[in-house]
Design a protein around this ligand. Sequence first.
Ligand code: HEC
Length: 156
Amino acid sequence: MKIPMSRWSAPATFLTAILLPACGGASSQTAPAAAAPAAAPADDGETQAARGARVYAENCASCHGAGGEGSKKSPPVVGKDALPLDPRPEQKSRKVQFHTALDVAQWVVKNMPPAAGGSLKESEYWDVLAFDLKANGVPVAGRTIDAKSAADIKLH
Ligand code: HEC
């Protein structure tokens, strides 16, 4: 890998979390509330989406457009042509299919922004995913958008 390992320390946790969703082991997110009374309640998808709008505006909109409509060099991430199952013929980077929102998250955290994959915080990646799902009409209210819920959100 050309990227120095230190750059991956934070995202590695995230990748482990999203690449091993079936582990079922105890994690900080699944710890019983009683064991961690000071912990903040799990985020609602609407709250995540609201924060994600800002993450998107600052890190993604320059290429994918203010409303996710895409641009000459970048595909749309909102609308009927967004997030197709198979990469478009002209795409060089994406080789994987997007069956679920988790597939999108796994690819995005490694590859977006281009040349700086993994550069955002774990929570920022989930926030921007919540934002993008909501913008595409996927209901996000009443649940936290995370590896568990994203695996159940079928896009195709
Ligand atoms: C410098 C321009 C640029 C920036 C900034 C950028 N992207 Fe991208 N994005 C691209 C390009 C180009 C592709 C197509 C990659 C390929 O060839 O498969 C892409 C692909 C994607 C895809 C896959 C779309 C599909 O249908 O295959 C998603 C999802 C995505 N970007 C999300 C994001 C998010 C979220 C951010 C912000 C954190 C972001 N991008 C920032 C240029 C950019």
